[in-house]
Ligand binder design. Structure first.
Ligand SMILES: [Zn+2]
Length: 218
């Protein structure tokens, strides 16, 4: 009995040590990849004909590297786990809408921002979710290199797979800096994407959602 307890304690210590080592290894890798990114930004400044040692630019590679790391931190996060952490049993079965959710992402073609608003609705099927989790799910997918169409689909499927509601609807309206600052320079064009599952594939339900969010889609 005593021997067993000692063995258990030793096992626990060993397990914690392994977890610590894995964490240290992860931190080390993250640090090395940040440093590589900083070096790359320095090279970009040089290629632009700039002097990376002048005062205003001295810390720019580091700031840019850290900003890029922040803007893509969604790769490290699990959107379904976030939703599952705040799911509650509830018999409510009316449409739940979260609209005008601010959204900031980076287009994967130019690494330039696109930003706008997302509107999400679902019809519960026995479970609801804490409303603050919907914007968090959007952030997880938006903070990756994206195209607006895939971002729309990923949010839709995440909610559908986790909550298993009777239907999910999503509309994203965004402006793309790659269109506004370069190329066609269409400064006021808004790109709208939408996706629907279940009940929202019915015209009446979808129209109700679209009129509630005031979208020009319909
Ligand atoms: Zn682009």
């Amino acid at each position: 009995m005593v021997e067993q307890v000692v063995f258990k304690v030793a096992g626990e210590k060993h397990r914690r040590k392994l977890i610590d080592m894995a964490q240290q290894n992860k931190d080390h890798q993250a640090e090395a990849s940040l440093q590589a990114m900083i070096d790359s930004y320095k090279t970009i400044l040089e290629r632009l004909g700039e002097d990376p040692t002048r005062e205003g630019l001295l810390k720019t590679p580091e700031r840019a590297g850290k900003a890029m790391r922040f803007l893509t931190k969604g790769y490290e996060e699990d959107a379904e786990a976030i939703l599952r952490s705040a799911m509650f049993r509830e018999d409510y079965s009316e449409m739940v809408i979260v609209k005008d959710i601010e959204l900031y992402s980076l287009c994967e073609h130019h690494l330039l921002p696109f930003y706008g608003k997302a509107h999400v609705a679902y019809i519960p099927n026995g479970h609801i979710v804490g409303l603050s989790k919907i914007p968090r799910v959007i952030d997880v997918f938006a903070r990756r290199l994206q195209v607006q169409e895939r971002l729309t689909d990923q949010i839709l499927h995440c909610i559908q797979n986790t909550l298993n509601p009777l239907g999910v609807a999503i509309v994203i309206e965004a402006k793309h800096m790659c269109m506004m600052m370069r190329g066609v320079q269409k400064q006021n064009s808004l790109t709208t994407t939408s996706a629907f599952t279940g009940e929202f594939q019915k015209v009446e339900t979808r129209s109700e959602f679209l009129s509630l969010i005031g979208s020009r889609l319909h």
